[in-house]
Ligand binder design. Structure first.
Ligand code: NAP
Length: 240
């Protein structure tokens, strides 16, 4: 049976591939992004025409609580929430200013509070639902020059485990995927080709992960047993 899926940060990268995967199985989509709304609209139109699915697109900054509240008023009941929107900031902690710190934490971690605040009551009422948070291996082990990002994703991991315990009695599942290096703009924007090659040499699988591989795992978690909850599943080619 078709489900209603809300995916944040679907204009590019991992979120875009997750949207494609759900469209292929015929689900109804609500897709969001921050700035690239034209790109997201084009994606929505192509998924609707190619797979015949209903698809709505919105520009909604996940760190803006009021905007997220409005989004959920329009979205109605959803079955699956994928918290994918995220940003990186690289540099020494002492070079980071307070606005950048807040932007990373408010987007990567605060965004989960904002979406879950409105998604959870609906799921609890319906006694079904699945929340999947896209996290990072840096949330588990920390990365030099990515302290804010690592702290935000460590928060995502704890948020996942704690909310899963709160919602398991209501049959709502909460899981996270801790990604290694995935080939998207996030890395291309911050690393040059020599740095990317050096990074690939460190990964036992010998390559970056594909956004489609993350999307594949998201669907498998959604289709997995109801007993699978509170897990942070690492997808990193054996890296960490
Ligand atoms: P990406 O290619 O940079 O795409 C980021 C997406 O998030 C875009 O759709 C962007 O929208 C959206 N976004 C950013 N800030 C937002 C905000 N405030 N409100 C709403 N949407 C926002 O990144 P990606 O690599 O696909 O990353 C997706 C997720 O995977 C992130 O949570 C990231 O931390 C995580 N992750 C990625 C990697 C990796 O190696 N790529 C590794 C570990 C974890 P616009 O297009 O409008 O800007």
């Amino acid at each position: 049976m078709s489900e209603k899926v809300l995916i944040t940060g679907a204009s590019r990268g991992i979120g875009r591939e997750i949207a494609v995967s759900f469209a292929k199985r015929g689900d109804e989509l609500i897709l969001t992004c921050n700035k690239n709304i034209d790109m997201l609209r084009d994606l929505g139109e192509s998924l609707s025409s190619e797979y015949g699915v209903k698809c709505r697109t919105y520009s909604c900054d996940v760190s803006d609580h009021e905007k997220v509240k409005e989004l959920f008023l329009q979205a109605g009941d959803i079955d699956i929430l994928v918290n994918n929107a995220g940003i990186a900031w690289m540099g020494l902690l002492t070079d980071m200013d307070i606005d950048d710190w807040r932007r990373v934490i408010d987007t990567n971690l605060g965004g989960l509070f904002n979406t879950c605040k409105y998604a959870v009551p609906v799921m609890v009422r319906n006694r079904k639902g699945s929340i999947i948070n896209i996290s990072s291996v840096w949330g588990s082990v920390g990365a030099s020059c990515e302290v804010a990002y690592s702290a935000s994703k460590g928060g995502v991991n704890s948020f996942t485990r704690a909310l899963a315990k709160e919602l398991a009695p209501s049959r709502v599942r909460v899981n996270a995927i801790a990604c290694g290096v995935i080939d998207t703009d996030m890395n291309r924007d911050h690393l040059d080709s020599d740095e990317l090659n050096a990074l690939e040499d460190e990964i036992p699988a010998g390559r970056m992960g594909k956004a489609s591989e993350v999307a594949d795992l998201v669907l498998r978690i959604c289709d997995g047993p109801e007993y699978l909850t509170g897990q942070v599943i690492t997808l990193d080619g054996g890296w960490i």
